[in-house]
Design a protein around this ligand. Structure first.
Ligand code: FEO
Length: 393
């Protein structure tokens, strides 16, 4: 029998643990995923969110430990993405008279489009009574779908924050105090960088709304539940949503015969010599979602590719596409394109065009090297990096 876990008296975690999932639309989930759903035992038995469809039995088993699932009176759908709503049809089947609430108008339309189920719409400031408790809704549109909202229960000072403040982190230890804070924060950062980052402005607005609440628990729909470390995650989100960058560098490249690799190493060393922490990343060995975790607050982003068949290498093109989607506005960042070529410098030049299109400052031109870089060439390349740092101060 699968167990439910009490979050506060009368409020239970009844979600699913996806221990072996390793990919969430393009993002590597090396620590697995949880889909958190919460059951509130009040005069109206209330379920906050559901789980991915294949975990519906797990959800129902955990609920059954507390109450017969057919007794559910109210379902809150904070977000229609199917990792949270995939089991809504099963719950609707088991408890057909339960009232279902979603944000209006986006959530209502999305539930109808996904499942053909009619639901009631709520807006920011709306509340419902479920007995001794009240549930108040705050829409958080585009964090990170149009329909997102969060649900607050003032009597228990608990915020059901859905994707916000979540982490992809499968664990049977559901609370922050039971886990290593560094690891939880690392996973929260990876989650923010790969899911929430493009909607920074909207996330800041949502954060401001949340900061005004009296909070004892933040219960997200992924990963661990925040209690003791609520100030830490709120402060960290304040920093991330500020969009501020630090004096740090990423040198991201792929290479065929090590010419572009040698350029990358020289660039990386030039930053280090100037006192700027730098990472040297071969795209063959680190997934782009891990690179984005670092990218979040990095000022200098240097991207290298040789020319292959009149193009950049596909690994580099993939990274640039992923990066542009997650970070459409890079005016605070400084870019450098570089790479080697045999007979036409098309690969590195195209990298430069992509960085320009992504809004990077480009204080120096794309650096290209015909065939193999000499030591003198690499020394000059390092001087170019120093020039770039000086020009961007
Ligand atoms: Fe966890 Fe946007 O779904």
């Amino acid at each position: 029998m699968l167990t439910a876990r009490e979050v506060k008296p009368g409020i239970w975690w009844v979600g699913g643990i996806d221990w072996n999932e390793r990919m969430f639309h393009g993002y590597t989930t090396e620590a697995g995923i949880t889909y958190n759903a919460y059951l509130i035992m009040d005069e109206k038995v209330t379920l906050i969110d559901t789980v991915k469809a294949k975990f519906a039995d797990e959800l129902l088993q955990r609920i059954s430990q507390i109450v017969d699932p057919s007794k559910i009176d109210v379902v809150i759908t904070n977000h229609v993405e199917m990792d949270h709503s995939g089991s809504l049809p099963r719950i609707h089947e088991v408890a057909p008279n339960a009232e279902i609430y979603a944000s209006a108008p986006a959530g209502v339309k999305e539930v109808a489009a996904h499942f053909g189920i009619d639901v009631k719409g709520v807006k920011t400031g709306d509340s419902i009574s479920i007995g001794k408790r009240t549930l108040t809704f705050v829409t958080t549109s585009m964090v990170h779908w149009p329909d997102n909202m969060v649900t607050y229960c003032p009597e228990d000072k608990i915020l059901f924050s859905n994707d916000a403040f979540g982490q992809h982190y499968a664990t049977s230890k559901h609370f922050d105090v039971e886990n290593d804070l560094c690891e939880t924060m690392r996973q929260a950062r990876k989650y923010y960088a790969n899911i929430v980052q493009p909607y920074q402005r909207q996330a800041r607005k949502a954060l401001d709304a949340v900061k005004g609440l009296d909070l004892e628990v933040i219960a997200p729909s992924h990963g661990i539940i925040w209690t003791k470390h609520i100030p830490d995650i709120l402060d960290t989100y304040t920093e991330w949503t500020s969009g501020e960058v630090k004096e740090k560098a990423l040198v991201v490249y792929d290479t065929m015969w090590e010419s572009t690799g040698k350029m990358a190493k020289a660039i990386c060393e030039a930053f280090v010599e100037e006192g700027v922490p730098a990472r040297y990343i071969d795209l063959k060995h680190l997934h782009q979602s891990d690179i984005m975790t670092d990218f979040l607050d990095t000022k200098y982003v240097c991207v290298g590719s040789p020319t292959l068949n009149s193009q950049m290498l596909p690994t580099v093109a993939s990274f640039l596409t992923y990066m542009k989607g997650l970070s459409p506005n890079n005016k605070q960042r400084v870019g450098l394109a570089f790479g080697s070529y045999g007979w036409a410098p098309v690969g590195p030049k195209n990298v430069g065009k992509e960085l320009e299109a992504a809004g990077f400052q480009l204080p120096v031109d794309t650096v290209t090297c015909n065939w193999i870089p000499s030591q003198e060439y690499l020394d000059n390349l390092q001087a170019t990096v120093r020039e770039m740092i000086e020009k961007s101060e």
